[in-house]
Design a binder for this molecule. Structure first.
Ligand SMILES: Cc1cc2nc3c(=O)[nH]c(=O)nc-3n(C[C@H](O)[C@H](O)[C@H](O)COP(=O)(O)OP(=O)(O)OC[C@H]3O[C@@H](n4cnc5c(N)ncnc54)[C@H](O)[C@@H]3O)c2cc1C
Length: 440
């Protein structure tokens, strides 16, 4: 069995893995790099898989980097290989070919390692999950498989109305007759909205024909005599026909490769994430982690937490790569920052969505027909932002937030129509002019 040795080994060929290659190559043109993924594809933008489903973008348009990327960056791609048996003492991992590569086995050794294995869908135990037509929606293959069966689908049901569920429901609404979202919480998009902004998003969905059922879930899945999903039963007994059921209840860090290796993993209520420092190194020297599988420093709360977002994965990977190549950097500008658009309703949110309990927090709100803005302040510093409908000044608020600027002298103008530099003291204007270095 071949045993190749690389200076840098990267597991995961997505935002984090690609960021890492680019970070390494900024400092080190010569060190050998390998990148491994059990998905067999050239690196693609995962958030675009729902756009592929509805035909908004083609496969080429999803490329995250040009096709000559690996060659240009002198990185050996091992695509279609699952990494397993990570041995942190021997600094080795075995690769097992999957799908078209089955039968292929290889062991790779490494000096330094980045783990960017992303997330896996959370699937609650339920009878009927093995029926044809039930799928999560987190990979290109899943999107292509759903697209292929669309001709047979009149009723699609999406379980879960977070970011992935809502994006899937919007895409399906353009290609399927009837789409229903079923959500256990009392609002859609709960991680990135409050009740008012969520209601605006719900109006956009309902206005475009998507049915939303809140405070409920599926208790039974029934199939037809050909083993295909046919209908679901909701908690209160309602029966809904569906020929496609997308499970979008949540994504958990994919940490199976690290379990039992000694790499520190902390459990949270949404699954265990790999522990890292702000330089993205794990508890083992020379082994780094980033993206959906790892924790990251949240600049709003000051703590380490899971931030399963594309920019967080990319920046975390890039910073890991810079550190691996000997250039010290830290990742301290992440938070749960989102910018989305549903049926033409733009929404931006960052930091706290709901005013935390405790002293020193203040909420300022502006609500008009079709638009909503809210900032949450702590001791006059913005720690939460929600904008829906009109997001024109989102960049300015995020700048104030990141710079931790005290808004004491101008907080009364924050949500005014004409809010801008004119309301701010000179030192604040100067500070905002200086670009934030996300990669420090
Ligand atoms: C439908 C959808 C919409 C989204 N929309 C947004 C959005 O609007 N904004 C936003 O910020 N984020 C969005 N996200 C989240 C974003 O895509 C993720 O945060 C990001 O992809 C995480 O990147 P990553 O590099 O950590 O891992 P991933 O993108 O999850 O990639 C990890 C890769 O590693 C591979 N892998 C895992 N284990 C192994 C192993 N043992 N061996 C080999 N390979 C392995 C996986 O198969 C996968 O290919 C969306 C996600 C989805 C699914």
């Amino acid at each position: 069995m071949a045993k190749k040795k690389y200076d840098y080994l990267i597991i995961g060929n997505s935002a984090g893995g690609i960021g890492c290659i680019e970070g390494i190559r900024r400092e080190d043109r010569k060190g050998t790099i390998a990148i491994v993924s059990d998905e067999k594809y050239h690196t693609y933008s995962r958030p675009l898989i729902t756009h592929l489903l509805e035909g908004d973008v083609d496969r080429k348009g999803m490329d995250f980097r040009p096709r000559n990327f690996y060659r240009k960056h002198q990185a050996d791609p091992y695509l279609g290989f699952r990494a397993q048996n990570l041995d942190v003492k021997k600094r080795s991992v075995s690769l097992v070919g999957i799908n078209g590569n089955s039968g292929n086995r290889e062991t790779l050794r490494f000096d330094q390692l980045l783990i960017a294995t992303g997330g896996k869908p959370f699937i609650p135990p339920m009878d009927g999950l093995d029926l044809d037509g039930i799928t999560p929606m987190i990979t290109l293959d899943q999107s292509v498989a759903v697209k292929k069966r669309l001709g047979r689908v009149r009723n699609a049901l999406v379980l879960g109305a977070g970011l992935i569920g809502t994006k899937t429901a919007e895409a399906l609404s353009h290609v399927v007759e009837r789409v229903t979202m079923v959500e256990l919480a009392d609002r859609i998009l709960s991680p990135v909205t409050d009740h008012v902004s969520s209601a605006l998003a719900s109006d956009a969905f309902r206005g475009n024909g998507v049915e939303i059922l809140l405070n409920t879930t599926i208790t039974e899945i029934r199939g037809d005599d050909r083993g295909r999903v046919a209908e679901v039963v909701l908690r209160e007994g309602t029966v809904l026909p569906c020929e496609l059921l997308v499970l979008a209840i949540g994504v958990r860090p994919r940490t199976d490769l690290m379990e039992g290796t000694g790499i520190g993993i902390t459990s949270t209520k949404i699954g265990g994430g790999v522990d890292v420092n702000v330089d993205m190194e794990t508890s083992i020297d020379g082994i780094y982690a980033c993206g959906d599988c790892a924790h990251a420093h949240d600049f709003v709360t000051g703590g380490m937490k899971l931030l399963p977002l594309w920019p967080n994965a990319y920046v975390g990977g890039r910073i890991a790569g810079l550190n691996m190549a000997g250039s010290p950097h830290i990742h301290k500008w992440a938070t749960n920052m989102n910018s989305v658009d549903f049926f033409g309703l733009p929404m931006v949110s960052a930091g706290f969505m709901l005013k935390p309990k405790g002293k020193g927090f203040l909420e300022i709100v502006r609500e008009e027909k079709g638009s909503y803005a809210k900032v949450i302040l702590k001791k006059d510093v913005i720690v939460g932002l929600i904008m829906a409908g009109n997001v024109a000044r989102a960049g300015l608020y995020l700048g104030l937030m990141r710079n931790k600027i005290k808004t004491t002298t101008f907080s009364q103008h924050l949500l005014a129509d004409d809010f801008g530099a004119v309301h701010m003291p000179d030192e604040v204007k100067e500070k905002l002019k200086q670009p934030i270095t996300v990669i420090e």
